[in-house]
Design a protein around this ligand. Structure first.
Ligand SMILES: C[S@@+](CC[C@H](N)C(=O)[O-])C[C@H]1O[C@@H](n2cnc3c(N)ncnc32)[C@H](O)[C@@H]1O
Length: 406
């Protein structure tokens, strides 16, 4: 039986396969590493300014390199804290304390709940008590306690997940709390095994994880290498990928709401403005989108208006934000920096979204050489609506290498 079946599919993916939506693939990191390794010296540090679940840290730490990781989405950041090998000994200690028979888990009085909310009041109180217990067992280490609790909180949530859209959770419904203790112990067992196995394969345990918006961050030192992957422009609200966990952080544990305004790729375009986009490829795409809107105007007024009022501003904002984020990244690098970017071009309204080519434009414009190290065509199923055509489920994955022109 799948012992993690009662927790969210995002964490199941992370716990079982070290992967979730938009993670680096091992093969991509292998391609990057076969090139990057020729420049690296022992003890070098590699930077990821939008580091997600810390796929780069996991891979490069095992190769013997330090990493610096910035991430805006708190649950992704706390996952990094959980898998950072520097924390493994302390986390395993907390797990052992929780597994000890002398530790009494809090009791949730109800056996089930039915509500329109994400959590019942009983569940909220219970999560708070469980957090207090973990916090005490950690000798009051808040960050490690949050990291340990967060993957499990969906066990108490009332929600329905969409079979086709990973960022879509409908809140409300039935939640049974029966046997949650067994599920908690299974989670702790699986996590403990996973962390111990990872720990043995890490060759470098020094990694920095920073919870921040890249636009608002300045580092103490400049980096000479970076490996990163930008968010996809696919109209998803990325904060919703962790809707349950962000709810718990905002309302139960941290009680200070994260500002997701600058989360690149998210689908909120209303009322936002953007500046000049310098990439020729991005501008050509944006014009094609408007031409398409005019072409279909007579036949399909609604689609035409969707493009003009939603898709066009969405992509303009995406390309502008990516441009500004990489200009900011450049300011954090040395003047002989080398970087690798894993990027996907998807298709919208039957037009290819030239993310890879635009990123090359962005780096060329700020004084870098660029090459496409590797390109593959990928069809992905299961993560899109049934109505989407096969055409729209195809994308091209590029690995772009950039290096500063001296
Ligand atoms: C494609 S994912 C990176 C996944 C990562 N390569 C991995 O394997 O785990 C892109 C990440 O950029 C983050 N992001 C978006 N806007 C950001 C910003 N303004 N500052 C920092 N991170 C941001 C998103 O939250 C997301 O986790």
């Amino acid at each position: 039986m799948d012992k993690l079946q009662n927790i969210s599919h995002v964490y199941r993916g992370l716990l079982e396969r070290s992967r979730a939506f938009a993670s680096f693939k091992e093969e991509e990191l292998n391609i990057i590493y076969s090139d990057l390794s020729q420049y690296l010296l022992p003890n070098d540090t590699i930077f990821d300014p939008m580091s997600g679940y810390g796929g780069g840290m996991l891979f490069l730490g095992k190769k013997g390199y330090k990493t610096t990781n910035i991430e805006i989405n708190p649950p992704s950041y706390f996952w990094q804290i959980l898998i950072n090998p520097q924390n493994t000994t302390a986390i395993i200690k907390i797990i052992k304390k929780l597994q000890n028979k002398a530790t009494i888990l809090p009791i949730i009085k109800d056996t089930f709940s039915l509500t329109d909310e994400l959590f019942s009041d009983a569940a909220i109180n219970h999560i708070q008590e469980l957090f207090n217990l973990i916090f005490k067992s950690s000798n009051n280490n808040k960050s490690l306690s949050i990291a340990l609790l967060l993957p499990f909180v969906s066990r108490f949530a009332n929600y329905v997940k969409s079979p086709t859209n990973i960022t879509h959770f409908k809140q409300g419904g039935l939640c049974s709390y029966l046997d949650w203790e067994q599920d908690f112990y299974s989670y702790l067992d699986i996590l403990c095994t996973r962390l111990s196995q990872d720990f043995d394969t890490y060759k470098q345990i020094e990694h920095d994880n920073i919870l921040a918006d890249i636009f608002q961050t300045d580092l103490q030192r400049e980096h000479s290498f970076f490996v990163t992957s930008p968010p996809y422009p696919n109209y998803r609200d990325y904060s919703k990928l962790f809707k349950i966990e962000n709810y718990v952080l905002d309302n139960v544990i941290l009680k200070n709401k994260t500002d997701f305004e600058m989360m690149i790729g998210s689908n909120n375009v209303s009322g936002k403005t953007f500046g000049t986009i310098h990439s020729e490829k991005a501008n050509k795409f944006l014009s094609e989108l408007l031409i398409k809107a005019d072409k279909i105007k007579a036949k399909n007024k609604k689609s035409c208006s969707d493009i003009k009022t939603y898709y066009h501003p969405y992509f303009a904002q995406y390309f502008y934000n990516i441009q500004e984020a990489y200009i900011k990244l450049d300011s954090m690098l040395t003047d002989n920096a080398i970087g690798y970017i894993v990027v996907n071009d998807n298709i919208t309204r039957d037009i290819i979204v030239p993310v890879g080519a635009s990123i090359c434009d962005i780096f060329n414009n700020i004084g870098y050489n660029t090459i496409d190290l590797d390109t593959v065509q990928i069809s992905h199923y299961g993560n899109i609506g049934r109505a989407a055509t096969i055409m729209n489920s195809k994308h091209t994955r590029h690995i772009i290498k950039v290096w500063k022109i001296k």
